[in-house]
Design a binder for this molecule. Structure first.
Ligand code: AMP
Ligand code: MG
Length: 425
């Protein structure tokens, strides 16, 4: 059956919506409580790709370091150019890229010059070779009118000037950035060390892939979605597997994680079920805040610290894990990494082509498929049934459709706010 409406499945998170924290409040509290890891080290350019710069980079040189030609042609003094009719210039020599012409150039003479070739002393204009008439017999060129000083000339320092701050601390280095650094002759830069993030799943019902399922068991998918989302952040990943719902095992896992990681992420075990030991263990070993957030999915989230490590106890439902990771954990990890540029995921407005079902009371994140109808005009459709356990819709989706708490049903054709996540998670 093909249904154009989002199916909203009832789940254990559908209770009274009073006294809940808003998504923005929860996010602000988390961002407030995490700090940047300030350990730095020096890395070779290629290893620094995707990492966060720890210090401003000031250029030691001009780029280009010498004034050079942007074209293959003839370098002349603009003052020698004719006011009317062509003028004949004797060609004194050739300036190749990397092999400058160093001989003298007399008045009214030109120098054959290649792209990237250094401009000979006193020359300030390049006439493209297509625009001259060559007289091979006399080793000269005829140049007409219409040329001016500075034409086809790349000035020293035009790209970067010596002493200029080229990249600022806090920037995640892109391919272009490490290219720029190489163009400055810099082989190493100071970067923050990678964040170490440990995670594990909790639940007696969880099986690892490859094992047969007994009645009542399910495969552990959260460790895969978490792995994938962490991989995008380029952090050091410590996968601690599945931990059974036993007080002692959970406690041991927490201690191990806190000993090696800057951040710990767990999934499951934060509801009020009898076998949910995450909260009490966190409380025992460190500091614990448990929030019911006015959001769907992902209402119960536990946050705290164990020693220096930051702790995120995400819900168990697979879609809730992805939503809470993207809304809370990702910005927190980015802040911890020192990345100032991409903390806020951007949003766009889009016209929905499907009706969206929603109950009032909570902020909803629904999986959507965003497309561009004409440049700058977006449309979005539901990615299908929306349940906190329906991971397949997330796999269809490339964005979250963001629906305010007081919003109810959205009709096809209405405009909604959308948060694209393609390539981000
Ligand atoms: P919990 O918060 O532990 O009560 O889990 C809520 C729901 O999420 C239950 O239906 C669990 O079976 C499911 N769940 C918990 N952990 C995982 C996991 N790692 N992979 C897939 N489903 C999970
Ligand atoms: Mg559980």
């Amino acid at each position: 059956m093909q249904n154009n409406e989002i199916e909203s499945q009832p789940n254990c998170e559908d209770e009274l919506n009073t006294g809940l924290l808003t998504v923005d409040e929860a996010r602000a509290r988390i961002l407030d409580a995490v700090n940047m890891i300030r350990d730095t080290h020096t890395a070779a350019l290629r290893d620094a790709l995707g990492q966060v710069l720890a210090a401003d980079v000031v250029s030691p040189i001009d780029v280009p370091s010498h004034t050079n030609s942007a074209m293959d042609g003839y370098a002349v003094r603009a003052a020698d150019l004719p006011a009317d009719g062509p003028r004949t210039f004797l060609v004194a020599g050739t300036s190749w890229a990397g092999r400058p012409y160093i001989g003298p150039v007399g008045p009214g003479e030109a120098v054959r010059i290649m792209t990237g070739g250094m401009m000979p002393e006193g020359m300030d204009c390049v006439v493209m070779q297509e625009q001259v008439e060559i007289d091979a017999d006399t080793n000269s060129v005829h140049i007409g009118t219409g040329h001016s000083a500075g034409q086809n000339v790349r000035a020293a320092g035009e790209d970067v000037e010596a002493g200029q701050t080229v990249l600022s601390a806090g920037r995640r280095l892109t391919a272009a950035d490490i290219g720029v650094l190489a163009s400055l002759g810099l082989g190493k830069v100071s970067i923050y060390r990678k964040l170490r993030v440990a995670f594990f799943s909790t639940g007696d019902e969880l099986r690892a892939v490859g094992e047969p399922l007994c009645p009542g068991e399910i495969y552990d998918s959260n460790r895969y979605t978490l792995y994938g989302m962490l991989k995008k952040l380029d952090v050091e990943i410590i996968d601690m597997g599945v931990v059974r719902d036993q007080r002692e095992l959970i406690e041991k896992a927490f201690k191990d994680a806190a000993a090696s990681a800057d951040a710990i992420i767990t999934s499951g075990g934060v509801s009020v079920g009898e076998a949910d030991f995450v909260k009490e263990t966190l409380e025992k070993l460190g500091s614990m805040s448990f929030w019911k957030i006015a959001m769907k999915p992902g209402r119960p989230v536990t946050f705290g610290h164990i020693n220096k490590a930051v702790f995120f106890g995400l819900p168990g439902n697979p879609v809730s894990v992805m939503v809470t990771f993207f809304q809370f954990v990702r910005p927190a990890l980015l802040k911890m990494t020192g990345d100032n540029d991409t903390l806020d995921a951007y949003t766009v407005h889009a016209r929905t082509t499907t009706a969206l079902r929603k109950r009032p009371g909570r902020y909803e994140f629904q999986g959507g498929v965003l497309g561009e109808t004409v440049p700058g005009e977006f449309s979005v459709r539901s990615a299908g049934a929306q349940g906190s356990g329906i991971l397949r819709s997330m796999s269809e989706a490339n964005c979250f459709i963001l629906l305010d708490p007081d919003r109810t049903r959205v009709e096809a054709g209405e405009v909604v706010e959308v948060q694209p996540f393609q390539n981000l998670i």
